[in-house]
Write a protein that binds this ligand. Structure first.
Ligand code: ZN
Length: 214
């Protein structure tokens, strides 16, 4: 049977509506490579007091620095590690679980900023070398979200959500922290281990699952 024009029109409209509504519900995924945040005192020792912005990052005010660091652990070293600006109150090193094995540092999974009782590490630059007492973490997966989006998604700051990540090997990721601030741009951050595990690239879409989906 041939479909008549009206029926085809209705089907097209329905499909378009579904596509656009699913588009509205997506969060772009960004992969976070290993990186270091430094306090001013550590910038003084490692880079003579100044960080140089090389390019802006997607989150407003954050930038990738021209300066690079060597991470030194008991079992291995990792070179040319990115430094992100601006300076923070405390230095923090964010690595993947693969990096943790390479360095030989038993690294806990923490959200950024939660570094009490985390392991330390040695950081070296061409100008200096310091030993951090603490601050090495595997960063917990999270979504940066402006408040308008949190209303749209019906989630609040501090919520843990499950997210369908639509990479080449799609997965559902649980325990994704929602962080709401109008200083943020909408993006989900996962590390390279997680991103490679599900075949993600920057800009891969993720959909926040409602509790009824689970
Ligand atoms: Zn982030």
């Amino acid at each position: 049977m041939l479909l008549n024009d009206q029926l085809i029109g209705e089907i097209v409209q329905k499909v378009m509506a579904e596509l656009s509504s699913s588009e509205e519900n997506t969060v772009p995924v960004e992969l976070s490579a290993r990186h270091v945040h430094l306090c001013q005192e550590d910038v003084d020792q490692l880079f003579n007091g100044t960080l140089t912005s090389e390019r802006e990052l997607s989150q407003p005010g954050q930038f990738l620095c021209a300066e690079k660091l060597r991470l030194i652990g008991p079992k291995g070293i990792i070179d040319r590690v990115a430094v992100l600006g601006p300076v923070r109150k405390e230095s923090q090193v964010e690595i993947s679980m693969t990096d943790a094995r390479t360095l030989g540092i038993d690294t806990p999974l923490r959200q950024s900023g939660d570094i009490l009782d985390t392991p330390g590490i040695v950081l070296a630059s061409p100008y200096g070398i310091i030993s951090l007492e603490q601050g090495v973490i595997v960063a917990g997966r999270h979504i940066h979200m402006p408040s308008a989006d949190s209303t749209r998604f019906a989630v609040s700051d501090g919520d843990m959500v499950s997210v369908h990540v639509q990479g080449k090997r799609p997965v559902i990721m649980e325990d994704v922290l929602v962080r709401v601030s109008d200083n943020f741009k909408l993006a989900m951050h996962i590390d390279l281990d997680e991103g490679n595990g599900c075949g993600c690239i920057n800009g891969t879409s993720a959909v926040i699952m409602q509790t009824t989906d689970l």
